[in-house]
Design a protein around this ligand. Structure first.
Ligand code: ADP
Length: 299
């Protein structure tokens, strides 16, 4: 498992990562979600010993990454799919990785099959790969040492929807066998499709954390009425917090039953009532990360 405790990274007077604490558990896919510049890559680089922390600790399988005897056998890492040697073929890159880590050469073909790169594609130079193919190759490199932990920075970048589903199945299979997966993304949708647990970071700080199901449930209820003002007043009077959506719908921080009963008791006809789910989560994500951005601007 991965454990991050009070991790802080300062660049001069700028705090890129601010007292970050979270963990990623075995058997789960943990999504690390935040807008560009939130501090995801910096946190991940610290995890794998590429950037020193200003304070705090990051351990993988109970140790600092640098103290793992053969890290490639224990932790698969993909930080930047474009950082691969452009003049080498995919097969050459995997062969070098297999030799460096000390795994048999047949792992190369096994990994190519696992990430669905064909024989012909494996023989092409990486400079001629699409971003999606580079991501697949990067994942093959991360998996080649048969690690227990995967740390992937924006792995779904450049994948089409079918590619994202493929990645979800691959990571799901890895986690179901007891592996720990941490992947980052700036896109809520990708994380929603792939992850079991979500850690949200905004402006270097963790702003929300929990299982995807709990976060979806906390998104509350979407409710619509011909008289949104009366509806909002009735809900507020009942102690239910509401947020106004752009399209006249309200998002209420309560379950659908409570919202429906309150509207009925107030005599306000409801025209739509449903769990806010993904749309609600998106709104929460934007609210949370916008708030931290404001704090950052004020500080
Ligand atoms: P994310 O991966 O969430 O997009 P990053 O971790 O890459 O965010 O960056 C977080 C913040 O730290 C950004 O404002 C970025 O400009 C800054 N940053 C990252 N690396 C450096 C560096 N080497 N020197 C100065 N600032 C940096």
């Amino acid at each position: 498992m991965i454990t991050i405790e009070s991790l802080t990274k300062r660049y001069g007077g700028y705090t890129a990562v601010d007292q970050v604490t979270f963990s990623a558990a075995p058997g789960r896919v943990t999504g690390f979600l935040g807008p560009n510049g939130a501090g995801k890559s910096t946190t991940m680089r610290i995890m794998v010993g590429l950037t020193p922390a200003s304070s705090g600790t990051a351990t993988v399988l109970g140790r600092h990454y640098a103290d793992l005897p053969n890290p490639g056998r224990e932790v698969g890492v993909l930080l930047d799919a474009s950082a691969q040697h452009a003049g080498r073929t995919g097969r050459e890159i995997l062969t070098v990785a297999a030799r460096t880590i000390g795994v048999p050469k047949d792992r190369v073909d096994e990994m190519l099959a696992r990430v669905s790169l064909t024989e012909e594609e494996a023989g092409r130079r990486v400079r001629n790969y699409s971003l999606g193919m580079r991501q697949r190759l990067g994942i093959a490199t991360a998996l080649i040492g048969d690690p227990e932990v995967l740390i992937l920075d924006e792995p779904a970048n450049g994948l089409d929807p079918a590619g994202i589903r493929w990645m979800r199945d691959l990571l799901r299979g890895f986690a179901d066998e007891g592996g720990t997966v941490l992947l980052s993304s700036h896109l809520l949708h990708e994380i929603e499709v792939i992850a079991d647990d979500i850690v949200v970071i905004g402006n270097g700080r963790i702003v929300a954390e929990g299982s995807k199901d709990d976060l979806l449930a906390s998104a509350g209820t979407l409710v619509r009425s011909d008289d949104p003002v009366a509806l909002a007043a009735a809900l507020t009077a009942a102690g239910i917090t509401t947020h106004t959506g752009g399209d006249g719908a309200l998002r209420a921080e309560a379950d659908a039953a409570a919202v429906g009963r309150t509207a009925f008791a107030a005599g306000v006809p409801v025209t739509e009532l449903r769990a806010a789910d993904g749309a609600g989560l998106e709104e929460i994500f934007l609210e949370l990360t916008a708030e931290t951005q404001r704090e950052g601007a004020a500080a």
